[in-house]
Design a protein. Structure first.
Lengths: 175, 418
């Protein structure tokens, strides 16, 4: 289980680094060209969007590994102490089910796009190929949360609560 | 069916589900029950949400802020602020506020600003005879400037959700930030005015300016470029990444390429915890708009709220309560599109509402039980929750005063807009 979790995490990290590099490079090059050549690079923002899609979706897993998904704690006190472990475990299983559902829906959407032969604007890439990113990212998270549910010691330590919109991940509070 | 959705959300909350699952489940539920049983629309909406070019500004500003936060920029800004405020009574405390404002224009984050400024100024304030309570409160409150002074991620999210110009929001953030800086500085003067300052040391100012000058182009380029119409916010974000990388990798040499990869991963994690929440909020919002829910809510509330005054009082009270339990990003994503039509109907500008929301929800960083700056301050200053909470109490009052001024005088936000 631990090896599988590591494999998923490593894959996501590399995909994020590549996606991020594509996104940043495409936009910086586009702005540079606009400033110095007087015109942007055709398709560069679309490349940037693809990079953003890859980074954001696989970043969901990176955040999950560090327990960085924001979770309101207002009802925590209403969980009886004796049920605490069961609730946390069941909660992870429920999150896994949520991602399974999203994965199934993503497969359907990608299949529809393939049947309709949808392509992206400007770059003319098949949409279903890009929509597979949804399938893969949701699938990874489904497996991840199933492992969290089954093996408590592999759950993220500390479970940091963070405000992503703040652009920070340093705030620590126990989940 | 509405009660069933509410019950489902309460159950999920009790089962410790993150906001991501709560919002996603709500979107899946409404599309399954009310829209011919087609939850696939959530994926289609998510796909569309990821196709918004303006969103590209968010990771790039996060990235630039993270690069600059890793270096010595905070130290350099503080040295400059200390040198400039040396003759003022309570100069060191005022330098704390000013350096937080300066750092906020780079980091865009409340907690990073608190940590960066607090790491240096907390000990300095204590060594110079300021009380522990005052130092903690001042640094924690100054940190909130991080999300008000542009580039502000919550402002971008508000702009995306309400289709308000992000450039206008950034420019509108300047006046309110200045009001808050002034309030914090005046309070410091009133409280610490008996402390005598020393005279200006021109050599110190010259040296500090030379060291701190590299931090200045970033906010100037971002705001100047946007204000002059040279850049869109996304282009300004790309330029800020280049500048930040240039300053930290080449000028200061505080960072190597390996660290740049780490910063990219850190930003990816932040994107991972934000973007899917945003996409689900967009999906939910598309459904609500299609079903004309905001208009129905508007009609229902017309009898209760029929003046700007009532909206400002009740709206701000609600936002203060929400800010105590929900993070600012989720609150903006959910409430922004709901409040905007009502505000517009009562003659409140969308830009003004956005600024008021961010200032208001920013106060949530200082209020228990979920105030992020309280939690960060506990760790940074090694104090317990009660001590930190007591320390920020007067500063919550000051921020509320600032909020009242900003809410009641729209021109503070709007004087540069348009």
């Amino acid at each position: 289980m631990s090896a599988l979790l590591t494999l998923i995490g490593t894959t996501e990290r590399w995909l994020c680094v590549v996606g991020f590099a594509v996104m940043a490079a495409a936009l910086v090059a586009d702005v540079g060209a606009r400033l110095f050549l007087g015109h942007g690079i055709v398709g560069a923002p679309q490349f940037g969007l693809v990079g953003m899609l890859v980074t954001a979706l696989f970043g969901v897993g990176l955040a999950a590994d560090r327990g960085e998904h924001f979770r309101p704690q207002v009802l925590d006190r209403f969980v009886p102490a004796g049920l605490e472990r069961a609730v946390v475990g069941f909660g992870h299983a429920l999150t896994a089910a949520f991602f399974v559902l999203l994965m199934v829906l993503s497969i359907r959407v990608a299949r529809e796009s393939a049947q309709l032969e949808d392509v992206t604007a400007l770059l003319r890439w098949p949409v279903w190929v890009l929509q597979l990113v949804f399938v893969l990212a949701f699938g990874f998270n489904a497996v991840r949360y199933l492992i969290f549910a089954a093996v408590p010691r592999l759950r993220p330590e500390g479970n940091i609560v963070t405000s992503a919109a703040d652009g920070d991940d340093t705030a620590g509070a126990s989940r | 069916m509405g009660w069933l959705l509410a019950a489902l959300l309460v159950l999920l909350l009790w089962l410790r589900q993150p906001i991501l699952v709560l919002l996603g489940s709500a979107a899946l539920f409404v599309y399954s029950v009310w829209d011919g049983g087609n939850p696939q629309y959530v994926i289609y909406d998510t796909w569309e949400a990821f196709n918004k070019e303006v969103l590209l500004a968010v990771p790039l500003f996060m990235f630039a802020g993270a690069i600059m936060s890793r270096g010595t920029i905070a130290r350099r800004l503080i040295d400059l602020a200390v040198a400039l405020t040396r003759p003022m009574p309570g100069g060191l405390a005022i330098a704390t506020v000013l350096s937080a404002a300066g750092f906020a224009a780079i980091s865009g984050s409340a907690t990073v600003t608190l940590l960066a400024v607090g790491a240096i100024m907390y000990q300095a304030l204590l060594e110079n005879g300021y009380s522990k309570s005052f130092a903690i409160g001042l640094i924690s409150a100054s940190g909130v400037l991080g999300i008000i002074i542009p580039p502000s991620i919550p402002l971008i999210l508000y702009g995306v959700m309400t289709e308000t110009s992000i450039a206008d929001l950034f420019i509108a953030g300047l006046g309110p930030a200045l009001v808050l800086v002034l309030i914090l500085a005046l309070y410091t003067l009133a409280l610490q005015g008996r402390r005598s300052g020393s005279s200006w040391d021109l050599a110190e100012i010259r040296a500090a300016t030379r060291r701190g000058i590299s931090a200045i182009p970033l906010p100037v380029v971002i705001l100047g470029g946007i204000y002059a119409g040279l850049f869109t916010p996304t282009e300004a974000a790309a330029v800020s990444v280049v500048l930040a990388a240039f300053v930290e990798l080449i000028v200061h040499r505080d960072m190597g390429l390996a660290e740049l990869k780490e910063v990219a991963l850190e930003t990816s994690r932040l994107m991972g915890s934000l973007f899917l929440v945003l996409a689900f909020a967009v999906s939910l919002n598309i459904f609500l708009t299609y079903e004309q829910v905001p208009q129905q809510a508007l009609a229902a509330m017309e009898g209760m709220i029929d003046s700007q005054w009532q909206f400002l009082v009740l709206g701000n009270l609600m936002l203060l309560l929400v800010g105590m339990v929900i993070d600012i990003g989720s609150a903006v994503l959910i409430l922004g599109p709901m409040l905007e039509p009502m505000a517009n109907r009562l003659g409140i500008d969308s830009v003004q509402l956005g600024i008021m929301m961010i200032v208001n929800l920013g106060i949530g960083y200082l209020t228990p039980p979920m105030g992020l700056n309280l939690i960060v301050a506990m760790g940074a200053f090694k104090e317990d929750f009660v001590t930190v909470t007591k320390a920020v109490l007067p500063f919550i009052g000051l921020m509320l005063l600032g909020l009242a001024i900003i809410a009641l005088v729209p021109s503070i936000s709007l004087f540069l807009v348009g």
